[in-house]
Design a protein around this ligand. Structure first.
Ligand code: UD1
Length: 417
C-alpha cells in the first residue's frame, strides 16, 4: 500500500497544465462501444478509473491500445454484454455501460456498481428512465438484466438531475427510432462533452448543458478522433491548494466557465483571480477570510467533488463557515482526519460548522475517499511538520500523479511504497 509523506509549510508558485477530465472520459469510453469504426481519444489521462474502464471494454471484446497519450478503441469485434462484479465493484462508472450495451446489443447484464465510499449511491433513476423507454429490467442475484429488444423513443422525466442517469439515457437512445426527450436532465459540462462526442460520430443529440435534452435516433455511429474537456475538479483542487498554502499559480488548458461557483467563493475569501482564455491565475498572499456559507448543488452550483477541498481551506481561514452537503450524505468523512491535524469542525447530519484555526499540524491520516484524499493533501501542504496519508489509491482514481503537479509548484510530497 502506497502512502504520501508531505512536509508542510510550503507556498505554491508556478504553472501547471490541467489534464483531460475523468468524468468526461468515463462515459465517452463507455460510449465508444457503440461505434462501428475506430475511436481515438487524444490526451487520454490514465486515472485508475479510466484504466478499469479500458479493461471493461477489453473484456467486452473491444481492442484497446495506448499509443503515447492516445487511446485507440476498435469496438467492431465486441461481442459480450456482461460485466462482472470484479469490475463493477472497483469502478462505479461501470454503470455507464448499461446505456451503450443496450444501444448496441439490446441486452445488458451488469453487476451492481461499487465506487467511491461516499454513502448510498442508488441507481433507481437510471432504471426508471430506461424502463420508461420500454426496456425490461430485472434485478436478481446482484445483477441488473436489461432486455431492450423493444426499446422505444419517448419522454423521460428525471426526479433529480442525476449525471449518470442523464448520460445513460442519452446513450441508450442514440439508435432508437424517433426522438427521445429527457426533462430535468443534469447540466454538467461532461454531459455536453458526451453530446459533442456522439454528434462527432454522426449522432443527433441536442440541448446538453440545459435541463432538456433531445436525442434523435440514428442508424449508426462512425469512428473519430476526439479530445475530451479538461478536468474542472483538478482545476478546482489546485486553485484551493494555492488559496490555502498561499502563492501564485497559473493553471493552463482549463475552462474558467466550468468553475464559476468556486471562483466566486475564492474571490469572496480574498484571493486575486485573473482569467484569460484557457488560463486561470490565482494569487493568495495572506490568511483568507472564511466563506460564511457553501452549499453543494448540481451544476452550475458548487460541486460536491470540491467540498472536501474547500472544507479543508475553511479549517485555516479567519472566521466561521457552514458547509451543507446536499448530494452525498456521508461526504464529511474527512472531518475525523482533519480533526487529528488540529481542525475545529462540528458535523450535524448534512452540515459542517468550521471554526478556522491559525494552523494545522502534521499527523498520520487516512484518505477515506477520492476527494477527501485531495483535501488531506491540501491540509498536509499547509500543516506544520510532516503528514502521512494512507490509502492513497483512492486519490489515484481521479488525479494523475498529483504529487508531480504539486511538487512542480513547490510542495514537498513523497510517494512511499
Ligand atoms: C457524477 C460524478 C461524481 C459527482 C456526481 C455529482 C462521474 C463519473 N461521477 O456521479 O464525481 O460527485 O456526479 O456531481 O461523472 N441518485 C439517486 N438515484 C440514482 C442516481 C443518483 O438517488 O439513480 C442521487 C445520488 O445518490 C446523489 C445524486 O443523485 O445524491 C447525484 O448523483 P449523480 O448525479 O447520479 O452522480 P453520479 O453520476 O454517480
Amino acid at each position: 500500500m502506497e502512502t504520501f509523506l508531505i512536509k508542510g509549510g510550503t507556498a505554491l508558485n508556478g504553472v501547471v497544465k490541467i489534464p483531460t477530465a475523468k468524468n468526461a472520459l468515463l462515459p465517452i469510453l463507455a460510449c465508444s462501444i457503440m461505434c462501428d469504426g475506430v475511436v481515438v481519444i487524444n490526451d487520454c489521462s490514465r486515472y485508475t478509473d479510466v484504466n478499469y474502464m479500458v479493461k471493461i471494454l477489453t473484456e467486452l471484446g473491444a481492442k484497446c491500445s495506448f499509443e503515447n497519450d492516445c487511446l485507440i478503441i476498435d469496438s467492431s469485434c465486441a461481442d459480450k454484454f456482461f460485466i462482472s462484479e470484479e469490475y463493477t465493484k472497483k469502478v462505479r462508472s461501470s454503470i455507464f455501460m448499461l446505456g451503450p450495451l443496450i444501444a448496441r446489443f439490446k441486452h445488458a447484464k451488469v453487476a451492481y456498481p461499487g465506487g467511491c465510499n461516499i454513502g448510498t449511491r442508488p441507481i433507481d433513476l437510471h432504471i426508471k428512465g430506461l424502463q420508461s423507454l420500454n426496456v425490461k429490467i430485472e434485478e436478481k442475484h446482484g445483477y441488473i438484466f436489461c432486455d431492450a429488444t423493444n426499446i422505444l423513443s419517448g419522454e423521460v422525466h428525471l426526479d433529480f438531475p442525476s449525471v449518470g442517469a442523464t448520460e445513460n439515457i442519452i446513450m441508450a437512445s442514440v439508435f432508437s427510432k424517433g426522438t427521445t426527450t429527457i426533462y430535468n436532465a443534469a447540466k454538467e459540462p461532461e454531459i455536453e462533452d458526451l453530446q459533442n462526442f456522439i454528434n462527432a460520430m454522426g449522432g443527433k443529440v441536442c440541448g446538453a448543458g440545459t435541463s432538456t435534452i433531445t436525442i434523435e435516433g440514428v442508424k449508426k455511429l462512425h469512428g473519430i478522433t476526439y479530445t475530451p474537456i479538461s478536468d474542472r475538479i483538478i482545476t478546482g483542487t489546485y486553485l484551493i491548494a494555492c488559496a490555502a498554502a498561499s502563492g501564485k499559480v497559473c493553471l493552463t488548458n482549463t475552462n474558467p466557465n466550468h468553475n464559476t461557483a468556486l471562483i466566486s467563493k475564492l474571490k469572496q475569501s480574498g484571493c486575486k483571480i485573473q482569467i484569460k482564455n484557457d488560463k486561470i491565475t490565482l494569487e493568495a498572499t495572506h490568511r483568507l477570510k472564511s466563506i460564511s456559507k457553501i452549499e453543494t448543488l448540481p451544476y452550475p452550483g458548487f460541486p460536491t467533488d470540491l467540498q472536501s477541498q474547500i472544507l479543508t481551506l475553511q479549517t485555516i481561514s479567519k472566521g466561521t463557515s457552514v458547509i451543507i452537503e446536499n448530494l452525498f450524505e456521508t461526504r464529511f468523512k474527512i472531518y475525523t482526519e482533519l480533526t487529528k491535524m488540529g481542525a475545529d469542525i462540528i458535523i450535524k447530519d448534512r452540515m459542517a460548522l468550521i471554526n478556522g484555526v491559525k494552523a494545522l499540524y502534521g499527523a498520520n491520516v487516512t484518505a477515506p475517499d477520492l476527494r477527501s484524499g485531495a483535501g488531506l493533501i491540501i491540509a498536509g501542504i499547509c500543516a506544520e511538520g510532516y503528514t502521512t496519508i494512507n490509502d492513497i489509491y483512492h486519490i489515484d482514481r481521479g488525479y494523475l500523479k498529483i504529487e508531480n503537479d504539486l511538487n512542480l509548484l513547490g510542495a514537498d510530497i513523497k510517494r512511499l511504497s
